[in-house]
Write a protein of this length. Structure first.
Length: 237
């Protein structure tokens, strides 16, 4: 269980208890950014891409990855950046390293029955096809949200937020980033479905943020278009 630490807002002096979120390392171990106890939280005045990320080392395999900088929203309206211990330079401890000549054991995919798609003729059909596919991947209690003005419809399930773009507009970088932020705030994976594909910039950003991207064909069968999507299809929910 992640330990909570006291955080005092320098603007209103209100004290909060904060527990940082855990993120899954590629080895499967939950990794929590190590908070710097006793350090003063700093108000977020201006955001830069570099300051939004921290380097965290997995305690199990020694892998270093970039994870979102821990933040806390005070009730006075101030966004607080929580200080994190810096990762020591140099290689991980020798006992955490696997010999380079020994590959990781493959993970056998969970057997599933064949996916039965629905033909897409309307925007609602596209949402139905995506929902059926998510259930086939193993997500439960998948339900849709109200369509937005741009016709994009959301899908939600425990541990999942998804967007379905049923128009002829390719999804762009902003679409991918908004979905990723929605998933981050809900501690859930974000998955995107579209009929018209993605811009090159959107696909690059999705690879960086590990957002699975799928393209729906008119038969109603989603096709993975990046590595996170391939991994999701292999492992399931």
């Amino acid at each position: 269980m992640t330990e909570s630490v006291p955080v005092r807002c320098p603007e209103c002096r209100r004290e909060h208890l904060y527990a940082p979120p855990a993120f899954p390392c590629s080895c499967g171990t939950p990794v929590t950014p190590p908070l710097l106890r006793g350090a003063t939280a700093a108000p977020v005045v201006q955001r830069t891409w570099a300051e939004e990320w921290v380097t965290v080392r997995c305690p199990a395999c020694g892998r270093q990855d970039q994870w979102p900088q821990p933040e806390l929203g005070c009730t006075c309206g101030t966004a607080l950046r929580i200080p994190v211990k810096s990762v020591a330079t140099g290689p991980p401890p020798a006992e955490t390293l696997l010999p380079p000549h020994i590959p990781l054991p493959p993970t056998a995919p969970t057997p599933r029955p064949a996916f039965h798609p629905v033909t897409i003729r309307t925007a609602r059909d596209a949402v139905t096809a995506a929902a059926l596919y998510l259930k086939w991947l193993g997500y439960r209690e998948v339900h849709s949200t109200e369509p937005r003005e741009d016709a994009t419809t959301g899908l939600r399930a425990p541990g999942l937020v998804a967007q379905v773009e049923p128009t002829t507009r390719p999804a762009n970088v902003r679409d991918v980033e908004c979905l990723w932020l929605s998933g981050l705030s809900a501690s859930a994976i974000g998955v995107y479905f579209t009929l018209a594909g993605y811009t090159d910039e959107a696909r690059q950003r999705a690879d960086t943020l590990a957002v699975p991207l799928f393209v729906l064909d008119l038969t109603g069968t989603p096709q993975p278009v990046n590595s996170p999507a391939d991994e999701l299809v292999t492992t399931g929910a």
